[in-house]
Design a protein around this ligand. Structure first.
Ligand code: M6R
Length: 615
């Protein structure tokens, strides 16, 4: 969490940093700040709240004539969101300023030592400890800034992406990372440093993704030197071309990124399928598997690790992979996996799923799996992200940038990837017939159009939302492939509308949750024709007889559920295994409109951040 933007070059730094921070607000938005150096004075302006509030404080962004500066948008870990805990944090001499994304776990002991050496602290942050540690090393060791940062980082335990500026060395920025991402934009006589590439997309297409435990000394005269923090080994910078456009990261006329991303799903799914589902040849090709098919075919077990929505996609993946390949699958929360000394066999395959590719818990789970010799396959959306680079191979979802904190198109495209993977492996294993395979390929190809059909019901779903936007609780039920969709629907509702919601397998209701049903309780039930339809209809009857209010997601032309439910939203028929891609769409729109009608900030819900780079 937290977003970093820094600039050094010959343009005005303030507008670049402010615009960049706005693009990074998905990473945190509880307080923010900027430091700007005009050649003689170092100005630091900070505030509680969003970047728009910082903008107000800055008034005229060009009034500070600075060609170098650094900014930060925060998701609080150490210390409440307020002006003094906002970054940049300054050293005691006020010569150094530092922005930080991550957590310094041993900050308390370092702080104690620094206090004994006469340092004082004005904030509650771990970041202020780090900037003073660097200053202390500069003084003690009489070394240059880059070296002082390097030495300091060998003393800290935790995770960081940092940028440091010293007013006495105004042509230089130091950037370093461990566990949190940093991208360096390389322009003509200028450099940009940011938590991702979006802040500099209109200025340069040349990007260096700083690797783990690397430190970069960036000088305004087109000079960048990278070295490994621990070993001091010099690294040749690897400049890549950025595959992203400005249009990709703008709202494009939609009120919120979340709504835009919901409506992008037909195209996003097409992009996921492109070049992989070869309908003319009647086959699937996955380049990520080319050299690894045998590993999958011999695997005794697949372990999936992920968090949040990606974990829900993992549950759908479990159903898909087990059905088509008969390889046993276990799905684990990455945050639990990393701390429970998991049993990993040599021929296990670990699949890590992550939209951002930066989730700290998922990264840590991969690390453990790799240390124990497992082969790790990644399913990520963000190209060049830490997880995509840490895994042995993998498959991008190609959903395009997902900026709304609530994950939408990442989920449906992750399931699309797993549909391809499961069908392809099933075909190779011979565990599904050629005709079944062909039938599934044809259906897979039709899914983007079916998603478009569902999106046409936006007005109806908005109306349904208006009947439920005053509720305090909600239950979501689904069976089989649609049980994870029930979990995902509940997560969407709670994270953006702050309504308490729980997802359950429909048949589990009678084991407890049914006690909650009364005339106040809305129950969202996924009741498509394929897959346990009769059983789900019985569950609906049980809710009806206890006066629950029922919103059902049904197959086109349904009659039985329509007689029972208060509201029905239809989705086109599909093969059972693909229904999650369809049934999840109305649930996304339902939670979106409920949240909007309750006046919630849909794209930036309270307490959340898009990319969870802390434990
Ligand atoms: O980037 P990741 O897919 O690894 O993120 C995992 C979760 O943090 C994420 O899915 C989160 O639960 C979303 N806010 C859900 O909408």
């Amino acid at each position: 969490m937290c977003g970093i933007v820094a600039y050094i070059g010959n343009q005005q730094a303030a507008p670049i940093i402010i615009k960049g921070l706005k693009r990074l607000e998905y990473r945190g938005y509880d307080s923010t700040g900027v430091s700007l150096f005009n050649g003689s004075e170092l100005y630091t302006i900070k505030t509680k709240g969003k970047v728009s509030e910082l903008e107000l404080k800055l008034e005229d962004q060009n009034s500070i004539d600075a060609q170098v500066g650094l900014g930060h948008t925060r998701w609080a870990t150490h210390g409440i969101p307020n002006d003094k805990n906002a970054h940049p944090q300054a050293s005691n001499s006020s010569n150094l300023v530092l922005v930080h994304n991550g957590i310094i776990e041993n900050y308390a002991s370092l702080k104690e030592e620094l206090i004994q050496r006469g340092y004082t602290f004005t904030s509650d942050t771990d970041t202020e400890v780090l900037v003073n540690l660097i200053e202390d090393i500069q003084k003690k060791e009489k070394v240059k800034l880059g070296k002082a940062v390097q030495i300091a980082l060998t003393q800290v335990i935790g995770a960081y992406a940092i940028v440091v500026f010293d007013r006495r060395k105004p042509n230089e920025l130091i950037a370093a990372r461990l566990g949190s991402p940093l991208a360096i934009g390389v322009g003509e006589n200028e450099f940009f440093v940011a938590s991702d590439a979006t802040p500099f997309i209109e200025y340069t297409k040349n990007v260096i993704y700083l690797e783990e435990e690397h430190l970069a000394i960036i000088r305004s005269n087109r000079d960048i030197a990278i070295r490994k923090i621990k070993t001091d080994k010099v690294i040749k910078p690897y400049v890549e071309e950025l595959q992203m456009s400005l249009e990709n990261i703008q709202k494009g006329g939609y009120e919120h990124f979340m709504l835009k991303e919901i409506f992008e799903q037909p195209q996003a799914i097409r992009d996921t399928l492109r070049g992989r589902l070869l309908s003319n040849e009647g086959k699937i090709t996955l380049s990520s598997l080319r050299d690894h098919e045998n590993k999958f075919l011999k695997a005794k077990r697949i372990l999936i690790v992920a968090c949040g929505t990606s974990w829900h996609a993992g549950l759908v993946a479990e159903y898909l992979i087990e059905k088509f390949t008969r390889i046993p699958v276990e799905v684990e929360y990455a945050s639990e996996f990393r701390y429970r000394d998991p049993i990993i066999f040599q021929d296990d395959i670990i699949i890590a799923i992550s939209q951002s590719g930066e989730t700290a818990d998922t990264l840590a789970a991969i690390k453990i799996a790799k240390e124990r010799g497992a082969f790790v396959y990644g399913v990520c959306n963000v190209v060049g992200s830490s997880i995509s680079r840490m895994t042995d191979t993998g498959c991008y979802t190609h959903a395009g940038p997902e900026i709304g904190v609530a994950s939408t198109k990442a989920f449906t495209t992750q399931i699309t990837v797993f549909s391809l993977l499961a069908l392809h492996l099933g075909m190779l294993k011979g565990s599904l017939s050629r005709s079944e395979y062909q039938q599934h390929l044809a259906e897979l190809e039709s899914l983007p159009d079916k998603v478009s059909e569902i999106l046409k019901q936006e007005t109806l779903i908005k109306e349904v939302a208006s009947s439920f936007n005053d509720t305090n609780n909600c239950i979501y039920l689904g069976r089989g492939y649609n049980f994870p969709v029930a979990l995902e629907g509940a997560l969407k509702l709670k994270e953006i509308s702050y309504i308490h919601a729980e997802g359950y397998p429909a048949a589990e209701m009678k084991h407890g949750p049914i006690a909650l049903i009364d005339e106040q309780m809305p129950v969202v039930v996924i009741a498509t024709k394929k897959g346990h339809y009769d059983k789900v209809v019985s569950n609906i009857q049980e809710i009806k007889s206890r006066k629950g209010r029922i919103i059902a997601v049904v197959s086109e032309g349904d009659v039985r559920v329509k007689e029972l439910a208060d509201y029905c939203i239809e989705v086109p028929e599909s093969l059972e295994c693909f229904t999650p891609i369809l049934t999840t769409i109305p649930l996304q729109l339902l939670s979106y409109y409920i949240a909007v009608q309750r006046g919630c900030n849909v794209d930036q819900p309270r307490n959340l951040a898009k990319s969870v780079t802390v434990e």
